[in-house]
Design a protein around this ligand. Structure first.
Ligand code: HEM
Length: 487
């Protein structure tokens, strides 16, 4: 917990934040990240013809690919963000969450949602074909899907969706109470958080209920595109940027460069991002006017993102050394650099000319890793690196291991993104030349082997972090020399 010196200086901070819960959220997040990465490694090994679990149904790479992406989104990112929110919102508003008991309930309910989804993905297809399930279905004349839903990031089975929605509504309530008690102008972080709570609930309901029950055909495609893009843009992005607007000024001990520009970024995101979804489905039977609309909205988002990046460059201007010397700040700015590269990729991807080449190729997978790991995971690692010593009241066991974590992660994901980007261009040309499918699969092998090495580097980074955390936790009495400001 917080060091005694710090508590004396800022007695209110201790009462505001339920620090034990922040630790729980972070530990849960790291556990899911570990499992998810192992799933990614399994799928990557399958693609280079080395599956250590070949023939074991429950370890089928198809199922673990779904666990890999689902557990990243709802297990790692959601838990990581919820932990950081429990730290940031009370400190920023100077009011505690609506109810600490509710916070613990949400924590438990959320783990049930993530674990049931993983269980449904892994066990569902096996249960579905089990003779006793078939007999029961025949006897009662019912047929229902026990497994996961077939929509990326919308896999949560229908019987767990209501719990997830209740959980998201309660998260919104729990944080809205302190936020609405704030008097006077509201800092941009809180704008982002409030929007994220509403948008995440709506996006989740749209993707999990509409695609399951109300739409089909190309409409379902349009909704699926909207859903998956909005999850990135209206759940992960506002929480990520909102937290950056909180942590960066605190760590640099100077205000954000331009409050006005930060609001341009927020409202630009709110207005243009929801219109982007169909850019995932260019060249599909979805009407062309919708596809063009998505292209134009994507270009608008590019401009909005540029304003946000400029604002953060302005904030660190003249103190650039801190991006090298202060590890959490380095994580944050490295994530921003990768964010900018991802957006530059987007500018290419969204043109119909380039789409013709890279559609359905590994370019997209490289892009997904760069944004999910290179940006948002790096930000969460930065927050954890900064907060764990304050939460545990102990300095890091080894700053060298912290450095290893950073460099193995930052270099691993960059190599993976470049490698898969190149793989995508090669695959696109193989297909455009109408060569047999096998040629593109064989031609991808060197890239898939390189992807494994990059993935193992990222995984080694995580192991360094986990070992460091374990050793820090094991250290005897509280030794932290770090003092955290009250807000
Ligand atoms: C040990 C490191 C990792 C390895 C080896 C790995 C490998 C893979 C593989 C093989 C796929 C399937 C690609 C395909 O369908 O062709 C995949 C998909 C994906 N991975 Fe990972 N992954 C790793 C870590 C991560 C992390 C840490 C994140 C996020 C923080 C992540 C996010 C994703 C996403 C979003 C997709 C879906 C891409 C898409 O559908 O376009 N991965 N990964």
């Amino acid at each position: 917990m917080m060091s005694s010196g710090e508590t004396d200086r800022f007695p209110a901070a201790k009462q505001l934040v339920e620090e034990r819960l922040v630790v729980w959220y972070f530990v849960a997040a790291l556990t899911y990240l570990l499992i998810s990465m192992l799933g990614g490694i399994l799928v990557g090994l399958q693609l280079i013809h080395y599956n250590p679990f070949a023939g074991i149904e429950l370890m089928a790479p198809g199922r673990w690919r779904m666990v890999h992406t689902n557990a990243i989104a709802y297990g790692f990112l959601a838990n990581g963000f919820l932990g950081a929110l429990h730290w940031a919102v009370p400190r920023l508003t100077l009011f505690p969450v609506a109810s600490r008991k509710l916070s613990y309930f949400i924590f438990a309910a959320w783990q049930v949602v993530v674990l049931c989804t993983a269980g449904a993905i892994i066990l569902g297809p096996s249960l579905q074909t089990a003779p006793w399930v078939a007999d029961l279905a025949k006897e009662y004349g019912i047929s229902m899907s026990l497994g996961a839903q077939g929509l990326e990031w919308g896999e949560t089975p229908f019987w767990i969706d209501p719990l997830a929605l209740v959980g998201l509504a309660l998260v919104a309530f729990n944080f809205f109470v302190p936020i609405t008690r704030v008097k006077g102008p509201m800092y941009v972080t809180l704008w982002y958080f409030m929007a994220a709570f509403v948008w995440t609930f709506l996006t989740y309901a749209m993707g999990n209920l509409m695609s399951e029950y109300t739409v089909a055909g190309t409409s379902a495609g349009a909704i699926a595109g909207l859903f998956i893009h909005d999850l990135v843009g209206l759940f992960v992005t506002p929480l990520g940027w909102g937290l950056m607007y909180y942590f960066v000024p605190i760590l640099l001990k100077r205000p954000i460069w331009s409050h006005g520009l930060s609001l341009v970024g927020f409202w630009g995101l709110a207005f243009f991002y929801p219109l982007n979804g169909i850019h995932h489905f260019l060249y599909t039977p979805i009407p062309m006017f919708l596809q063009y609309g998505a292209v134009i909205a994507t270009i608008a988002v590019e401009l909005v993102v540029t304003t946000v990046i400029i604002n953060f460059i302005g904030t660190i201007w003249g103190r650039g050394r801190e991006a090298f010397e202060n590890l959490p700040v380095r994580y944050f700015y490295c994530g921003m650099l990768y964010y900018f590269i991802t957006c530059a990729q987007c500018a290419l991807q969204v043109t119909l000319t380039f789409q013709k080449l890279i559609h359905f190729t590994d370019w997209v997978v490289g892009h997904a890793h760069l944004v999910m790991f290179g940006v948002f995971s790096m930000w969460i690692f930065g927050m954890m690196t900064y907060l764990f010593p304050r939460l545990l009241g102990r300095d890091w066991y080894s700053t060298k291991l912290c450095e290893w974590h950073f460099w193995l992660s930052a270099s691993g994901v960059l190599v993976m993104a470049i490698d898969l980007g190149l793989a995508g261009v090669f695959q696109g040309y193989f297909w455009a030349a109408l060569l047999p499918w096998d040629v593109s699969v064989d031609g991808s092998q060197p890239f898939w082997i390189a992807r494994m090495l990059a993935g193992l580097s990222m995984f080694a980074g995580l192991l360094c972090f986990l070992w460091n955390l374990w050793m820090t936790w094991q250290a005897g009495e509280e030794t932290s020399t770090q003092a955290a400001p009250a807000v």
